[in-house]
Design a protein around this ligand. Structure first.
Ligand code: ADP
Ligand code: MG
Length: 623
């Protein structure tokens, strides 16, 4: 007997099914995609037991004739493409013609359908690939597809289905993606007789995001729009303080299809560079529209990835769309009494904050007359306007159960407190500091009066941000100004360090660093960037080599450069605890104006908190 055999059809189908149908959510995806391709305006998804017992998708689309119904469940039967050329201009979500056949091979599948122009519909029932029923049936126009007992005939796969809540989470996510991509369509999702999503047809992007992820997030979003060189980009991005610990909050759509794309993700990260820490990921909802002939969607089993004809174009357009917007937006977190302060990464020492508050109160005693002679200080202490760490219930919409929500988003509470940034505050001007006067408190913070209130500045974060901008500007123009050391400084180096030294010779020269191998295991540093004048050259070189060697964080030369500039600016900046002279304070505040583009230093900490007179007046019950 030969070792190699041709597999029976049934098995082939099961194998193929394994590719597209990993779990209930993949079925929901395929069925809803079909409903969308059929031009439906309302789609109702019903699941029971996480889709393991039942998945039903009912649509009001074009429907199928008796003949089409029989064909629809046949492998490689599709109405969406007819020849090879069609594969390169796909405008529908489906095109492979295998979903229904694959589903029919691993479940009990029942479809009823009625085209709009017929008075009667038809029904077909398939059980593990066997045709059980095909008959006329009374039904509404459109199509209803029911999948029961998924994997009942494939125990190995059935075993791999996860807890119901997990599967529900995946289904929610799939429905959310398709609903975001198709806002003209109404959606309803019912899980075990409870309707968890009800999304109105003809929603705006913002409304749909709000309905799915909460008005809290939707209200803060920054609109993005660009239409150039054949690529239209629209959508929203969230302020940096909304960052997440994974990229899964980046929803990118191409012609209505949810996609995962490295170049778009990279462009988003680039746009936020300097606005958040390296391990954080921006939240974005971007909808790309382009001629389907300029992109290949037939490259991934789940149609999740695409191949651009010109990925450079996509990258640069997304990057510019976001950057242009950020340059004209106020990304500064606004401090509001009674609400959570901007960021948990704002290193917070309650004792210190209380002291700062007291000093701020003292400072402003002269400016704000205390009402009825009551001690203003006590009022300040009674109010919590300092950066407090706390969590809000997160963005979970009230109609989605928390376990469902958690399983959808990797569990637990949102990974940082959410910041309130009212939409109407978004593109406003930053508060202008009056003159260059500020009070330094605890050798760490500067308190200054602004045109409409006051700001509290983190001196290190601000200076670091200033240094970063300066270094970047200098670096772009040519090599950084460098100063020669009187005596070369040496450091012990490994073979890897030596290799890095050679490999990055050019970059080091641009950074104003001159260093060479000295003996077998030493590196000598001869010149050093002038901006870093007070820093230990050997320690700097050590850190620099470590950064250059860290492959995990870097994917491109550009990224390496930013890493290094980040590090340099951190080292060059004044520290918390450094006493500053009046002149130094004035200089810092003056330079603040130059970098007002955003309020976060390269490591993502906010540099400035602001409190308006309006807010103060509310606090003191003047309003
Ligand atoms: P594909 O979507 O790749 O064409 P499917 O197996 O998902 O393959 O569906 C096969 C065919 O069945 C489709 O091409 C379409 O003509 C028809 N079909 C499937 N679902 C529906 C639906 N909900 N409404 C109308 N026609 C449908
Ligand atoms: Mg399909």
């Amino acid at each position: 007997m030969s070792r190699i055999q041709i597999l029976p059809d049934l098995l082939v189908n099961k194998i193929a099914a394994g590719e597209v149908i990993e779990r209930p959510a993949s079925i929901v995806k395929e069925l809803v995609e079909n409903a969308l391709d059929a031009g439906s305006s309302n789609i109702i998804v019903t699941i029971e037991d996480g889709g393991k017992r039942l998945i039903r998708v009912v649509d009001d689309g074009i429907g199928m004739s008796a003949e089409d119904l029989r064909l629809a469940v046949t492998p490689h039967a599709t109405s969406k493409i007819t020849c090879e050329e069609d594969l390169f201009k796909i405008a529908t979500l489906g095109f492979r013609g295998e979903a229904l056949a694959s589903i029919g091979a691993v479940s009990r599948l029942r479809i009823t359908s009625r085209p709009r122009d017929q008075i009667e519909g038809n029904e077909i029932v398939i059980s593990a690939k066997h045709l059980e029923t095909a008959q006329a049936a009374g039904c509404r126009t459109g199509t209803s597809v029911e999948v029961r007992d998924l994997f009942f005939n494939v125990p190995a796969r059935r075993k791999f289905m996860r807890a119901t809540a997990t599967e529900v989470g995946h289904i929610n996510e799939q429905v959310a993606r398709m609903a975001l991509g198709h806002r003209s369509v109404g959606f309803e999702l019912t899980n075990n007789q409870r309707t968890t999503h009800r999304l109105a047809a003809d929603s705006s992007i913002r409304d749909r995001i709000g309905a799915l992820y909460g008005a809290d997030l939707a209200d803060e979003l920054i609109p993005i729009e660009r239409d150039e060189r054949g690529l239209r980009i629209e959508g929203y991005v969230a302020p940096p303080a909304r960052s997440r610990s994974t990229a899964s909050w980046q929803y990118v759509f191409l012609n209505g299809r949810y996609i995962r794309d490295r170049s778009v993700q990279h462009a988003i990260r680039e746009a936020y560079r300097g606005l958040m820490e390296h391990q954080r990921f921006p939240v974005a909802f971007l909808f790309l529209t382009m001629d389907p002939e300029l992109v290949d969607v037939n490259v991934h089993p789940c149609k999740l990835e695409v191949r651009w004809q010109n990925s450079q174009l996509v990258h640069s357009q997304v990057l510019s769309a976001l950057r242009d917007k950020f340059l004209t937006s106020n990304l500064a977190p606004t401090l509001r009494a009674g609400e959570n302060a901007p960021s948990s990464r704002f290193e917070f020492d309650p004792q210190k904050a209380a002291d700062v508050r007291r000093e701020a109160a003292d400072y402003y005693k002269g400016l704000v007359p205390s009402p009825m002679g009551s001690p203003i200080q006590a009022t300040y202490e009674g109010r919590d306007f300092g950066p407090t760490i706390g969590t809000r219930p997160g963005m979970r919409p009230s109609d989605i159960r928390s376990d469902v929500w958690d399983s959808m988003h990797g569990g637990g509470q949102p990974d940082q407190p959410e910041t309130r940034l009212p939409a109407d505050d978004m593109p406003t001007e930053l508060p202008q500091i009056k003159g260059y006067r500020a009070l330094q408190v605890h050798n760490s913070y500067l308190v200054a009066e602004t045109s409409d209130g006051l700001v509290i500045i983190d001196q290190h974060a601000l200076h670091e941000r200033i240094m970063y901008e300066r270094l970047k500007a200098q670096f772009t123009e040519g090599p950084l100004e460098s100063q020669r050391l009187l005596m070369p400084e040496t450091l012990t180096a490994s073979a890897t360090d030596m290799a890095l030294l050679q490999e990055h010779e050019e970059l080091l020269a641009k950074l104003g660093v001159e260093a060479n191998a000295f003996g077998e295991d030493q590196i000598a540093v001869h010149s050093f960037p002038s901006l870093l004048k007070d820093i230990d050259a050997a320690a700097f070189m050590r850190d620099l080599l470590d950064r250059l060697g860290d492959q995990h964080t870097q994917t491109s030369t550009e990224e390496v450069i930013h890493e290094v500039l980040d590090m340099m600016s951190c080292k060059a900046a004044v520290k918390a605890g450094d006493a500053l002279t009046t002149e130094e304070i004035a200089a810092l505040i003056e330079q603040k104006g130059e970098i007002e583009k955003s309020s976060n230093c390269p490591h993502g900490r906010p540099t400035t908190l602001s409190l308006s007179v309006d807010e103060l007046e509310k606090q003191f019950k003047r309003k």
